[in-house]
Design a protein around this ligand. Structure first.
Ligand SMILES: C[S@@+](CC[C@H](N)C(=O)[O-])C[C@H]1O[C@@H](n2cnc3c(N)ncnc32)[C@H](O)[C@@H]1O
Length: 389
C-alpha cells in the first residue's frame, strides 16, 4: 500500500462508491503527502478507507482507482490483474493474430494499454502512476509471455496532460521490423513504431468480421487507414474503393493488399467529406459503404461540431447507396452517446429520403471490455444499416 493518503470530498467518494475509477482534482481535499505518480491510500472526509489509487499531480483526473481492497497493490497484484486480463482474451479473442491484452480502465488497470501483435507486445503508460509501474509491467510481460519484443508507444499527446514526455522505442527484445498477423482470414503487416495508435485499430476486428455478411457489389471504404475493412470485405465485393487522407496509411494498405493477393481494390488519397459530396453530386452509386472516421469529439465542447460531421457523412453515404445496400457506420467518440449517434443517423436518413433498417447495433471488439460503472469504457458505436429497396 502507498505511504501517502489523499482525502477526497463527498462527491469524489460518491463516484468511487458508484463504481467509477476516476476522482477529479476538484474533489481532492488534501494530497499534501503525495508525490507525482505514487500509489496512495484514498479516504473520505471522515477518514474512512475507500481504496488505493494512482495519484497524478498534473491531470484533471487526480486519482485513478486500482482497488477497493486493503491488500497492498504490489507487483504480485499487478501480475494477477494482467494474467486475469489475458485469460479473458483466451475466451473472447481466441485465435486472433493481434488483440488488446490490457485495455486500461476496462481491465481495472487505468491508463495501461497492452496490445499483442503476433509475438510482439506494445505498451502505453498514459499516467504518471502507470509510468512508474512501467518496469514492473515489462518484467511481468517477459516472464509470462516470453515476447519476441516489447515496444513502448508513449508518443500519445495525452501524456502531456500528465507532464510526461512523448517517447517511443523498443524496450525489450529485438527490433520488431514489420510484424505480420492474420485476422478474419486477412494478413496484415504492422509497423509497430510508425503506425497510428499502437500499430492498428484492433477495436474493429469483430465489426469487420460482422460486416462481411452484408457486403456485396461495389464497396466504398471511407477512412480505410491500412485497409482494415476494405481487405476483410474484398472477397465478398465485386470492387472496392478505399479512401484515406494519409499517404502513409495508403502505402500500408497497398502492402496489405499485396500480402493477400487481392486484385479488386483501388486506393485513393482523398478527404472523405469532399469525395462523398462529389460522388453524391455526380451520381456515383455503391452497394456497400463503410464510414469509420477518427473521433470528432475529443472533448465535450466538440459535441455539436462532431454531430454535424457525422450527419454530413451519413447523409452523403446514404444518398450514394443503391436500394437494398448496406451502410456500416461508426463513431469512436466517447462524448457522442449511442443514442445521439442513432438520432444523428436517423436525421441523416430523413434528409436523404431513405428508409433505413437497423440490421445490427454493435460496439468495440470484446478485447476492449466495457465496465458497466465506467461509461467512458464504452466508446465505439457501429451500426449496420440496410437501405430499403
Ligand atoms: C479510425 S481510423 C480508420 C481505421 C480503419 N477503418 C480500420 O479499420 O483500421 C481513421 C482514419 O481516417 C483518416 N482520416 C482522418 N480524417 C480524414 C478525412 N477527412 N478524409 C479521409 N481520411 C481521413 C486517418 O488518416 C485514419 O487513417
Amino acid at each position: 500500500m502507498g505511504d501517502a493518503t489523499v482525502t477526497i470530498s463527498d462527491r469524489g467518494a460518491g463516484r468511487i462508491l458508484a463504481g467509477h475509477s476516476w476522482v477529479y482534482r476538484t474533489d481532492v481535499l488534501d494530497a499534501k503527502q503525495a508525490e507525482p505518480g505514487v500509489l496512495v491510500r484514498v479516504q473520505d472526509r471522515r477518514r474512512r478507507y475507500l481504496g488505493q489509487a494512482l495519484y497524478s499531480s498534473k491531470s484533471q483526473i487526480a486519482l485513478r482507482l486500482l482497488t477497493r481492497e486493503r491488500r497492498a497493490f504490489d507487483r504480485e497484484f499487478l501480475a494477477e490483474r494482467i494474467a486475469s486480463a489475458a485469460r479473458h482474451r483466451e475466451l473472447v479473442a481466441a485465435g486472433a493474430g493481434a488483440c488488446r491484452i490490457v485495455s486500461s480502465e476496462g481491465d481495472l488497470l487505468p491508463s495501461l494499454v497492452i496490445d499483442r501483435y503476433g509475438d510482439c507486445y506494445v505498451i502505453q503508460t498514459l499516467s504518471q502512476g502507470m509510468e512508474r509501474l512501467k518496469s514492473s509491467v515489462v518484467e511481468i510481460l517477459l516472464e509470462r509471455f516470453s515476447p519476441r519484443c516489447i515496444i513502448e508507444r508513449n508518443d500519445s499527446p495525452v501524456r502531456a496532460l500528465e507532464d510526461l514526455p512523448e517517447t517511443k522505442g523498443v524496450i525489450a527484445g529485438e527490433e520488431a521490423g514489420e510484424v505480420i498477423a492474420e485476422d478474419n482470414g486477412v494478413r496484415f503487416a504492422y509497423d509497430l513504431l510508425g503506425g497510428q495508435k499502437t500499430g492498428g485499430y484492433l477495436d474493429q476486428r469483430e465489426n469487420r468480421a460482422a460486416a462481411v455478411e452484408y457486403t456485396r457489389g461495389r464497396l466504398l471504404d471511407c477512412f480505410t487507414y491500412a485497409g482494415g475493412f476494405a481487405l476483410t470485405l474484398a472477397r465478398r465485393a465485386d470492387s472496392v474503393l478505399g479512401l484515406d487522407s494519409s499517404a502513409d496509411a495508403l502505402a500500408a494498405a497497398r502492402r496489405n493488399q499485396d500480402l493477400n493477393g487481392l486484385a479488386n481494390i483501388e486506393w485513393r488519397e482523398a478527404n472523405c467529406f469532399d469525395y462523398l459530396k462529389s460522388a453524391d453530386q455526380s451520381g456515383e452509386r455503391f452497394d456497400t459503404v463503410v464510414l469509420d472516421p477518427p473521433a470528432f469529439a475529443r472533448h465535450k465542447s466538440d459535441l455539436e461540431g462532431a454531430l454535424r460531421g457525422y450527419k454530413e457523412l451519413n447523409l452523403r453515404a446514404l444518398k450514394i447507396l443503391n436500394p437494398g445496400g448496406f451502410l456500416i457506420t461508426c463513431s469512436c467518440s466517447y462524448h457522442v452517446s449511442e443514442a445521439e449517434f442513432l438520432e444523428t443517423v436517423a436525421s441523416a436518413a430523413l434528409d436523404a429520403h431513405r428508409s433505413v433498417q437497423v440490421a445490427e447495433r454493435r460496439t468495440q471488439s470484446r478485447d476492449h471490455p466495457i465496465v458497466l460503472t465506467v461509461p467512458e469504457t464504452h466508446y465505439l458505436k457501429c451500426l449496420i444499416l440496410r437501405v430499403a429497396e
